[in-house]
Design a protein around this ligand. Sequence first.
Ligand SMILES: NC(=O)C1=CN([C@@H]2O[C@H](COP(=O)(O)OP(=O)(O)OC[C@H]3O[C@@H](n4cnc5c(N)ncnc54)[C@H](OP(=O)(O)O)[C@@H]3O)[C@@H](O)[C@H]2O)C=CC1
Ligand SMILES: CC(=O)[C@@H](O)[C@H](O)COP(=O)(O)O
Ligand SMILES: [Mn+2]
Length: 440
Amino acid sequence: MSSYPGSVHAGSAHARSVNAGPAEPAPTAGRRRRVAILGSTGSIGTQALQVIAEHPDEFDVVALCAGTNAALLAEQVRTFTPAVVGMHDDDAAQQLRRILDESPVPASDQGRAPEVLSGAEASERIAGEAEADVVLNAMTGSIGLRPTLAALRAGATLALANKESLVVGGALVKDAVQRPGQVVPVDSEHSAVAQALASGRHERGLCSLTTNGTSEVRRLVLTASGGPFRGWDGQALAAATPAQALKHPNFAMGLMVTTNSATMVNKALEVVEAHLLFDVALADIETVIHPQQYIHSLVEFHDGSTLAQAGPPRMLVPIALGLSWPQRLKSIDTPIDWTHPMQWDFEPLDQEAFPAVSLAKQAASTSATHMAVYNAANEQAVTAFHAERLPFTGILAVVEQVLAAHTGTSEAQADLDAVLAAEQWARSTADRLVQTGGVG
Ligand SMILES: NC(=O)C1=CN([C@@H]2O[C@H](COP(=O)(O)OP(=O)(O)OC[C@H]3O[C@@H](n4cnc5c(N)ncnc54)[C@H](OP(=O)(O)O)[C@@H]3O)[C@@H](O)[C@H]2O)C=CC1
Ligand SMILES: CC(=O)[C@@H](O)[C@H](O)COP(=O)(O)O
Ligand SMILES: [Mn+2]
């Protein structure tokens, strides 16, 4: 990407906490934000482009990146005219080049057709070199770690849907953060917590109060749908099929996050994500089952007050906030209709049938690479489950056994190579357990 030179966003203040304080004034005031989307063909990526299409005066799409879906990426190129695009898969990138050659796209703002990058480094290069104000990381899996680090090191605001990169990278990601507020959570629960912590700005009226800061926070409470298997016991879960696991009660999402919702691994990753984003102790992060998912999460303060963020169970608002934080864009979603009766339920998590959250809290407290191992083993096990090589309950059994065999790495030694090595070890150990049937 020779024509897209490296970082132009020189950051200075070093922050240990990912979301340590109020954001600095937006360097983009008065002009359209330059946005790069990694994972543009997925559930989050396509919704982000929908938000952008409806707010053309707010954003310029400077780069798009996907894995394999050349046809959809080509369509997106036509509509949004990014200067550079990337595909992980080399064959898909060739296909994309062919489609674009056969039917040239309008020249981009830079006055030429997009450059097409391909291969494993495409997303990392785009994150680091596209000169985006905001990089939305909406890829699936811990493959998002390098791009997350690259975006932060380039000084871009990171709109983070790819929770895996933060959970797996941990301190590495924290260390790459250059300024408070550089990471804006897109995950709905964390967007809810961020909104509750920041509250709204409304400097009018007799009561023009604003409160802020995390020092008065006692607990975070993350809501969970409970997934398609809410209320099932261990015996029923053992026979759960991939098709059943993919029936999320409220959201249409990618395969990995949907399956993780069914096992509660998604909530487990989210607890650690919240710990890292908001610097709240793991012991002070609770989960509660809320099947309707209208409350996206809650912050409990030390005076006993609790702030909840509510909205329909859709991702448009968290995505839009990720792109435009701290501003709210108008009319992103239809608000809750209070004219009809409705019921919101809350129930405790069944920790025995769904041990994922407690296992993650334990892993995250054990060593700097335990969550990388947790996530990598889970990714392998989920793939094996969908290939019908592992029962549903085998997913957590694999994660637990791989974790038990991991020796761990101290934070001081957990550089990128150590994290990637731990992941690689976890993937092959998980695969071996599946192959030999040694899960039990
Ligand atoms: N979907 C949702 O509502 C929510 C999702 N999230 C999180 O957001 C992330 C994305 O989820 P979701 O959109 O559902 O997932 P999807 O599976 O729908 O989309 C994943 C995207 O990543 C792309 N991709 C995969 N591998 C690579 C790669 N190596 N390089 C570049 N692009 C790649 C895919 O491309 P292609 O399809 O072309 O292969 C696709 O565009 C996950 O971390 C998830 O946990 C969080 C909250 C809600
Ligand atoms: C929309 C979103 O943020 C997902 O992570 C969603 O929350 C999954 O829901 P559960 O994991 O609670 O089923
Ligand atoms: Mn979520």
